[in-house]
Ligand binder design. Structure first.
Ligand SMILES: NC(=O)c1ccc[n+]([C@@H]2O[C@H](COP(=O)([O-])OP(=O)(O)OC[C@H]3O[C@@H](n4cnc5c(N)ncnc54)[C@H](OP(=O)(O)O)[C@@H]3O)[C@@H](O)[C@H]2O)c1
Length: 287
């Protein structure tokens, strides 16, 4: 039985309707939290809330675009009114743009990433911190990702948004270091979700995505693996670790998976390549 380390805590998880966010909602609920999930699609939000309730957990949800501050403030109010408190907020909702060179990416795709990843993380952080600062407690977890420590060519929108999130999160942690609030950056590593397997690429760049199938086989995890690490971050075990930037895919893990590959094959453990669906998009400029 899972230890109820989040018993009666109230956790908001943006992008909680599928992928990593769904795994977080399930993991936190199993650990005793009341969970409030949000994503743009009301049908999936309702289905997840219903399924969590059917399993005996306390859950609520809202169709909410994190890029819209009013909607995010409503989300915080709904969480507080539904369960009487607010303890954990995970800015998990995230998008990536088509793979390809920056000037070839359609403007709307690039801006969607900025609005969801950057503006959405800002909105969620502010909405949560206003509760947390007043009550002198709370855990804010912002999702990092590929490129959060450096520039990645052909993934400029996503990688620049993640480096922004990293710096924004670090600055917040410094500003509120004596407030009783813990602010964390969390890179979940490669997670086998829609974001990884259903990708877009600018026409002519589709084949460049093929190595991802191997990379994901080697270093990818199911979402429940990073969710366990995020459970620790949300729990009292992380008290006082304000400012921590943590990653699932450490260099040590990458190395051990690489040298462990032949043994994995011998022991007939899965070495299946990732099933990758690449949709081509028209470039914004011609050559
Ligand atoms: N998968 C990976 O390998 C990986 C690696 C490193 C970091 N991450 C990070 O982990 C987080 C979750 O990724 P994932 O792989 O679970 O992605 P995913 O499977 O594509 O799920 C994304 C979730 O975010 C929601 N969402 C997207 N835009 C939104 C918006 N504007 N407002 C509200 N909700 C929105 C989606 O629902 P709707 O579409 O219905 O809104 C969905 O619930 C992201 O921040 C991502 O950058 C992922």
């Amino acid at each position: 039985m899972t230890d109820l380390i989040l018993k009666d805590k109230v956790a908001v998880i943006t992008g909680g309707s599928r992928g990593l966010g769904l795994a977080l909602a399930q993991t936190y609920a199993r650990a005793g939290a009341h969970v409030v999930i949000a994503s743009r699609t009301s049908k999936t939000v309702n289905n997840v809330v219903e399924a969590l309730r059917q399993s005996g957990y306390q859950a609520a949800g809202l169709a909410c675009d994190v890029a819209d501050m009013e909607q995010v403030e409503t989300l915080a109010q709904i969480a507080f009114r539904s369960f009487g408190r607010l303890d954990i907020w995970v800015n998990n909702a995230g998008l990536s743009a088509p793979y390809g060179p920056t000037a070839h990416i359609p403007n709307s795709d690039f801006l969607n990433v900025i609005n969801t990843n950057i503006v959405g993380t800002y909105n969620g952080s502010i909405a949560a911190m206003r509760y947390f600062i007043r009550q002198h407690s709370g855990k804010l977890i912002n999702l990092l990702g590929r490129g959060d420590t450096g520039a990645i060519a052909l993934q400029n929108a996503y990688s620049s948004s993640k480096v922004w999130i990293r710096n924004f999160t670090k600055a917040l942690a410094k500003e509120y270091k004596d407030s009783g609030v813990d602010v964390f950056g969390f890179n979940p590593g490669l997670v086998k979700t829609d974001m990884l397997s259903n990708v877009h690429a600018v026409e002519g760049y589709e084949k460049k995505m093929n190595p991802l199938r191997y990379v994901a086989m080697l270093w990818g995890n199911d979402a429940d693996v990073p969710a366990q690490k995020a459970l620790w971050l949300a729990s009292p075990a992380s008290d006082g670790r304000n400012g921590l930037m943590t990653t699932v895919l450490t260099k040590r893990l990458m190395f051990s998976r690489l040298i462990g590959l032949p043994f994995r094959r011998l022991s007939k453990r899965s070495t299946e390549l990732l099933e990758l669906n690449v949709t081509a998009v028209k470039p914004a400029i011609g050559d």
